[in-house]
Design a protein around this ligand. Structure first.
Ligand code: TXA
Ligand code: MG
Length: 349
């Protein structure tokens, strides 16, 4: 299959290009598109064949449900059985935006889209190109992140091309994304609203709207003995090819420990990499040293994290050490992704 690459300026959206892209989805094809979180791989959410195609293109296990993207609140009622009051409150505050909510699904949503579940994940993205595309495609786009299964989510169209060229009909390039980590997922089908995946919208922000919000215990720990409630979170998902370890503690000691390890692995002729921050990236002796920005600029770290993980792959780094970060604000989402990338291998020094 030849993948058509188009460029759409999000300030001046070309309506005829959006119609072309929307028609591809309506006809059962796949189009990758930008959202404010990461690039998504879109197909018609109400067409079971489209969802099957998405799984195939990603190489993704088909028990891992897809998020249905909508552009208008009126469309929510089509795909869910009921809209709990809490969901209405959250939608008023955070939609459009980087929040996904889990509902009981209506009969209109095929099990192929929900990975066999009776619930459906729904998000209303904010990115203007995403919104136009959803409308042009008939209102309901199922879209996982547009990476091959197991790779970091794409924050640039070139990463989508790396993973999806020849496997999908079209890629819409609108430059880099704003947030860089996937949406926060909140389950509203349980007694207490529960966060299944941390993101830009934090627990604190949610609790300003709802009374109390629980967290899936498996988000930040590997030793709970439970399976994550979001099926996708059980996979070693954001992982680079190299063997990655997180190091936490006082910045000076972290740098010292990492450099000792780097020296050790270099002697064994391993290609080494360090993921750090501007503050001390210069002190590392690894073959490849990449900064994710200033240590106190969490938003920048979120935006750069996945491209840095991909660069480690591009350089064929075999041993990766990463500094760890604070967990306030979006820091929790950053650490959640890093912990998964490292298979929860953390050294405290
Ligand atoms: O920011 C995002 O959410 C991006 C953009 C493209 O919108 N999408 C995204 O989709 O991250 P994906 O497929 O890579 O991740 C969806 C996550 C998976 O962990 C999946 O298991 C979970 O959402 N999920 C989907 N439907 C669910 C459901 N009904 N119950 C529990 N978890 C669900
Ligand atoms: Mg994903």
């Amino acid at each position: 299959m030849k993948t058509k690459l188009i460029r759409v300026n999000d300030q001046h959206i070309d309506a005829s290009l959006m119609r072309e892209a929307g028609n591809i989805i309506k006809e059962g094809g796949l189009v990758a598109f930008p959202t404010e979180t990461v690039y998504g791989l879109g197909g018609d959410a109400l067409n079971p064949l489209s969802s099957e195609k998405i799984y195939r293109a990603k190489g993704r296990p088909s028990d891992n449900p897809l998020i249905v993207h909508i552009a208008d609140m009126d469309d929510l009622g089509v795909i869910v059985r009921e809209i709990p009051e809490n969901a209405e409150k959250l939608a008023k505050t955070f939609w459009p935006g980087p929040l996904t909510m889990i509902f009981q699904k209506s009969n209109r949503v095929p099990y192929e889209t929900t990975g066999g579940l009776d619930t459906v994940a729904v998000r209303m993205p904010m990115h203007p190109v995403a919104r136009e595309l959803i409308r042009a495609a008939g209102g309901f786009i199922a879209a996982p992140s547009a990476n091959r299964s197991g790779r970091p989510s794409p924050t640039l169209a070139k990463y989508v091309t790396e993973d999806m060229d020849g496997r999908i009909d079209m890629i819409i390039d609108s430059g880099d994304v704003e947030i860089g980590l996937e949406s926060t997922i909140v389950d509203l089908t349980t007694e207490e609203p529960t966060i299944l995946r941390p993101g830009y919208i934090t627990k604190q922000m949610l609790e300003e709207v709802l009374h109390e919000v629980e967290e899936d215990k498996t988000m930040m720990r590997a030793d709970t003995g439970q399976a994550p409630k979001a099926p996708g979170m059980k996979y070693r998902h954001y992982a680079p090819k190299g063997d990655m370890t997180l190091v936490s503690g006082d910045a000076g000691r972290v740098a010292e420990y990492i450099n000792e390890q780097i020296d050790f692995f270099k002697k064994q002729n391993k290609k080494t990499g360090v993921i750090g921050t501007d503050d001390n990236i210069a002190v590392y002796r690894a073959d490849i040293c990449k900064s994710v920005g200033k240590a106190d600029d969490e938003k920048m770290i979120a935006r750069k994290l996945y491209s840095v993980l991909r660069e480690m792959d591009d350089e064929d780094v075999e041993i990766i050490y990463a500094e760890s970060f604070g967990t306030s604000g979006i820091g929790q989402a950053i650490m959640n992704r890093l912990l998964k990338a490292a298979g929860h291998k953390v050294i405290s020094v």
